[in-house]
Design a protein around this ligand. Structure first.
Ligand SMILES: [Zn+2]
Length: 321
């Protein structure tokens, strides 16, 4: 049995997870970021103690894992976490001293990839990537069966690969990051722009335009995909553009790490097989060495619980000396 902790800016959620990836008990409390760093750590420890008290006395606790919404180095120090106002917090050491159990940390996007590698779309894969398309774009990868780590913890910031020149400045400071093309934020922004600038011939045949021209602020990712699936020309163009830039990003990943599977998760992945089919068409022109078989493009399987389950299994993917 393992404990997995999903440390978020709003809540700290934890669970006791068995070897099959089932959450046996879970517990969640507010993070209380406004009360400062020590209080956040106190709350993490309190979730862990609560879970330890709940486990059967005959069940042995293997380890604790924590998914952190920030940058974590190899030694388990949280170098930077904007949401929690943290810099250089030696969280692994603190939790090990407080609880007496081996503790492993990873970035939360990496943790989601580990959940997929353990029990979802990246199972039994040596090298695979999870790309999450939500309000931002994140991701993580498994290389040769291990989690990607680096001295500065920056290695899986997939959303900040530059894939074009759209004059949109990303939160990270660069222009043209994958996140500025393929997040739900970008999708909605682009849909509004396409509606506002639509030429007459498209306006005449677009129900999407007719229904939302006067209600731009009601447009959601789900709505855009619904209209695109019905072949609305404006909605389809917006989705097609997203797929085009996602395919460029994936083409870059193929050139760099040659994954067997690319898994698509996050809120926009609810568009399901439709998104995968539009994306797969775009990917044909973006991949190199076309004589080699392309990576499989799949939908992620684990959603809400991925943060806890993936955190519980971090130790399986850590290079041990
Ligand atoms: Zn960026």
């Amino acid at each position: 049995m393992r404990i997995g902790i999903d440390l978020g800016g709003t809540n700290i959620s934890g669970g006791i997870v068995n070897i099959d990836g089932k959450i046996l008990t879970s517990y969640s409390i507010p993070t209380e970021v406004d009360k400062g760093s020590n209080k956040i750590i106190e709350n993490i420890v309190s979730v862990i103690r609560h879970l330890i008290a709940k486990k059967n006395s005959n069940q042995e606790l293997h380890s604790i894992g924590i998914g952190v919404p920030g940058i974590v180095d190899k030694k388990g120090v949280v170098l930077e976490c904007v949401n929690l106002n943290w810099r250089n917090v030696p969280l692994k050491k603190i939790i090990e001293e407080e609880t007496g159990y081996n503790t492993y940390l990873a970035n939360d996007a990496t943790v989601a990839a580990l959940a997929e590698a353990s029990f979802g779309s990246l199972m039994d894969i040596d090298t695979g990537v999870l790309i999450t398309l939500g309000t931002g774009v994140g991701g993580g990868y498994i290389i040769n069966g291990k989690m990607m780590t680096s001295p500065n913890g920056l290695a899986s910031e997939i959303g900040h690969m530059v894939v074009g020149n759209n004059n949109v400045r990303c939160n990270c400071g660069r222009i043209g990051c994958l996140e500025t093309y393929t997040s739900s934020t970008a999708l909605i922004r682009n849909a509004k722009i396409e509606i506002i600038n639509a030429p007459h011939e498209l306006i005449a045949v677009s129900k999407f335009h007719r229904d939302y021209y006067k209600n731009l602020n009601e447009i959601t990712g789900k709505i855009i995909f619904q209209y695109a699936k019905d072949n609305d020309p404006i909605a389809y163009k917006v989705v097609d553009d997203l797929a085009k830039y996602l395919a460029i990003g994936i083409g870059n990943l193929i050139a760099l790490i040659d994954p067997q599977v690319i898994s698509i998760g996050g809120g926009l992945s609810k568009a399901g097989d439709f998104l995968i089919s539009v994306l797969s068409k775009k990917l044909e022109s973006e991949r190199i060495f076309k004589s080699l078989s392309p990576p499989l493009i799949k939908l992620a399987k684990l959603h809400n619980d991925a943060g806890i389950i993936g955190a519980a299994f971090i130790d399986k993917y850590v290079e041990k000396n």
